[in-house]
Design a protein. Sequence first.
Length: 412
Amino acid sequence: MWESIQSMCLHVVFILFTILIYQVFFNEREERRKKIKSKFFLFMLIILTFTMSQPVHHFEIYKYDFKAVVIILSFLYGGKRAGFASFLALLITGYFTDQKIFVLLGNYLIFCLLLLPVSKWFHKYRLKGKVIVVSLFYLTIPVTRAVFLQLRGDDRETFFELSSSLIILATLIAIIYLIENMNEQIEMRQELIKAEKLNVVSQLAASVAHEIRNPMTSVRGFMQLMQKENLTKEQQLYISISIEELDRAQEIINQYLALAKPQTDQYETIDLTSVIKQSIDVMHSYAILNSIHISQDVEPSLKIEGLKLEIQQVLINIIKNAIEAIKSEGEIWISAAKNAKGFISIQIKDNGVGLTQDQIKKLGSPYYSTKEKGTGLGLTVCHQIIKQMGGHITIKSELQKGTCFTINLPSK
Ligand code: ADP
Ligand code: MG
């Protein structure tokens, strides 16, 4: 008995330690995660060989090991390729450790096929949901087997089956906690770095923008005065171009200032439906200029809490981006509706150039722009404004097909 507990502890500690090493040394950088899938598989292989070559002896007669843990983890965290690779490794190790190869093949093939759909929606859940999903999935097999054994009147074996399954399940849950916790920390650190960057930008912005705005206003005023003089056509043209450029600069400065000043205290209830319609009207001529048709489907009387100018700025920014992504001839669909959870979701969809997964990740960090005259501030401001209103923006996109921005806001 004592020996079996000792050997079990050794297994659990070995598995946890291996996972820990993987998490600490190899799971740090997100951009390297893809390559890391193969490393994850290598670590799984180490665990698999160890656990199958040194199974735990339970009451001298029975033996069990943790190969189920390896298969489940490979599918859930390594993807289906790592999953099936582990399955293959399991068969090979099984062959060399004199296990019944056809029983292994049959049992674990079913196991793998069942894991395929589970691994797809597993990541949508939060930690608790994940633990429940894995527990339910893992327990169905030993419980049905135990019921079957009990019906045959095999008490000892039933007890053994259930007790070893519980130990394996507990180990599995501990590992999931470990991995999820560490992943959460990595994500938090990345968020923090992003927020810190934003903080520096907005502090700088506030001071610089403020200083520049005043002289610019006076320059613009004098230019306008000069326009009234008797000037040649060419001179008139130069002055109006200068004023346009000044306005552009002013717009950029305003975006910086919007970054710097969160104004939650002046929030009021606003009629979102009319704000959306107004924003579409504002962008209408710009769209027509590029032969783009905007179609809309906005529910009447949607209400939110916020600042009208800010939400308008968000909508205009995103619609402008959509138009610029199409370049010429295309369609933009704008819809807004309240959903069952009390959130209003505004969708702005275009059939423009689209974005890669990598680009989507970079969107919203200051200065990321693919345009010659772009500032990369538009979306940064959008994200910040919507976050302040208690909402969030999600982006779905496919290269060459189009992009869909969804703004979710709590309804009033
Ligand atoms: P800017 O428009 O000044 O470049 P933004 O923050 O508004 O800055 O946008 C950042 C980048 O995001 C753009 O340069 C563009 O590459 C990309 N982008 C934004 N919206 C879309 C869209 N609807 N389709 C494709 N790319 C987009
Ligand atoms: Mg933009």
